[in-house]
Design a protein around this ligand. Structure first.
Ligand code: FAD
Length: 442
């Protein structure tokens, strides 16, 4: 009998399968698609190899750094340009994101960079947080409610909506604080104010930048994980969909129609229960990449990019990453051209969330509807004219947003990956490795 069946060949499944096989387990990994990596994938735009999805990892845990080092990528871990990103408020004002914040919540509400965004009156309201008893907001059901109660509406709308919304593609009123900011509630109780809780969380995370990347792209993790899985003998089944996931067995359906039942001592799944009948309430993201020849961008006018209030006037994009300003290795590879990544929220049940079109890189013409919207937004966000004739290559990719509904896996099935640990590599890698470690130790 197989020791472990792992369902899903995204980063979570790859990390778990590799650790388990390296530890001596006989592992079968089933992946519905025809390739491994899930949301970590590369595409080529104007001759440049670029990450198609995730392009960095958070350093609030050292999980990804340790993994990358074990995979031989330690010397290629890079920090982003220290200039940081900017934000655009609902009324179209732009300013650097305050330095001592966490998900936009200011650690120092009266700091000059906070005042520059919310103004003095709102900063005084935010400062009241230090006078409120610590139970105020401590039981709030959402990150939005927590911030609103402690610091007021303006901090929420001007800072947390663009920043947390940019990361999680949803309004902070929909975000569970324990999921997106683990430890924040406990720190609020301990420290007696939200601002001090933010500063405490920040001081606990690794020194330096909040995110890091890999020279050559985050997708290199996948290359190395796949190589290791071959070395350690993982039985990888591509084009094989799990149709039922149980505690001691997985039913599969291969692309050629073959059905098989795979019994196992342990089952790990980085997916929701495939038997779930209701569609998850899921947002979508469309990422448009522009490679442009515009020397006025050499000075990185908005640092490493912009996070945008979803209702900002005249701009449809919710975030823009000036990737060549953020990553020096990419600037070198781009030879003077600039790479801009714009992300757009799409609605559930749009064609944007049609499974057939998800995770596929499609070409964009600079003067078609999508190209025109992207160049117009890039110009508005960067304050520099980015016209169609400056675009040397463009592509778009659609992705699902996080599945915020419970994974609903059968009892005894070990949930890993985004559905179990939330969006983002730092949490996913740490949790998947911990699950694999528990199985090996059992
Ligand atoms: C545009 C974008 C940008 C992002 N940027 C960042 C970033 O900069 N930093 C960061 O930390 N995170 C980022 N993320 C989030 C991060 O990429 C994901 O949280 C992470 O890659 C999810 O990994 P996973 O293994 O849990 O899931 P996935 O990558 O979704 O993998 C799940 C796999 O399971 C397979 N599967 C599904 N159902 C079945 C089934 N029934 N049977 C078999 N296989 C199945 C799928 O085909 C897929 O390959 C970004 C995400 C997106 C979309």
């Amino acid at each position: 009998m197989t020791d472990v069946v792992v369902v899903g060949g995204g980063v979570a499944g790859l990390v778990a399968a590799r650790d388990l096989a390296k530890g001596g387990a006989h592992v079968v990994l089933v992946e519905a698609g025809d390739r491994l990596g899930g949301m970590l994938r590369r595409h080529t735009v104007a001759g440049l190899d670029l990450d198609m999805g995730a392009e960095s990892f958070a350093t609030r845990t050292d999980a990804v750094e340790r993994l990358a080092t074990e995979l031989g990528l330690g010397n290629d871990i890079v920090s982003p340009d220290p200039r940081g990103a900017w934000l655009m408020t609902r009324d179209g004002r732009t300013a650097p994101i305050p330095q001592t914040g966490f998900l936009g919540i200011p650690g120092s509400p009266m700091a000059a960079d906070v005042l520059a965004v919310i103004g003095q009156g709102a900063a005084f309201r935010a400062q009241m947080d230090s006078l409120l008893p610590s139970p105020v907001g401590a039981r709030a059901e959402s990150l939005g409610a927590l911030v609103r109660k402690r610091m007021g509406e303006r901090v929420l709308d001007d800072l947390v909506v663009p920043v947390a919304g940019g990361v999680y593609s949803t309004h902070p009123d929909q975000l569970d604080p324990d999921r997106v900011a683990p430890g924040l509630r406990a720190a609020l109780q301990r420290e007696g104010s939200l601002a001090r809780a933010v500063l405490a969380l920040r001081s606990r995370s690794a020194a330096g930048s909040a995110v890091q990347g890999l020279r050559g792209g985050i997708v290199r993790l996948v290359d190395e994980l796949v190589a290791d899985m071959t070395t350690y003998g993982v039985d990888v089944r591509l084009g094989t969909r799990a149709t039922a996931v149980e505690r001691f067995a997985v039913d599969t359906l291969a692309a050629d129609g073959t059905r098989e039942r795979l019994p196992a001592q342990h089952v790990l799944a980085s997916t929701a229960d495939p038997a779930r009948t209701t569609l998850p309430d899921r947002t979508g993201i469309e990422l448009v990449t522009l490679v442009v020849d515009q020397p006025a961008l050499d000075d990185a006018p908005r640092g490493t990019g912009m996070l945008v209030h979803p209702d900002a006037d005249g701009v449809a994009a919710k975030a823009l990453t000036h990737a060549t300003a953020k990553w020096p290795w990419l600037a070198e590879a781009a030879g003077g051209r600039h790479v801009l990544r714009l992300s757009y929220a799409t609605r559930p049940h749009d064609e944007a969330t049609d499974p057939a079109g998800v995770a596929t890189s499609l070409p964009v013409e600079p003067d078609d509807a999508i190209g025109t919207r992207a160049t117009r937004d890039a110009s508005a966000l960067l304050g520099v004219s980015v016209t169609a004739d400056r675009v040397v290559g463009a592509a778009r990719v659609r992705w699902y947003g996080p599945d915020l509904t419970a994974a609903g896996l059968a009892e005894g099935v070990v949930g890993i990956g985004e559905t179990a640990s939330g969006r983002g590599l730092a949490g996913i890698v740490a949790a998947a490795r911990a699950s694999a470690g528990r199985i090996l130790g059992s």
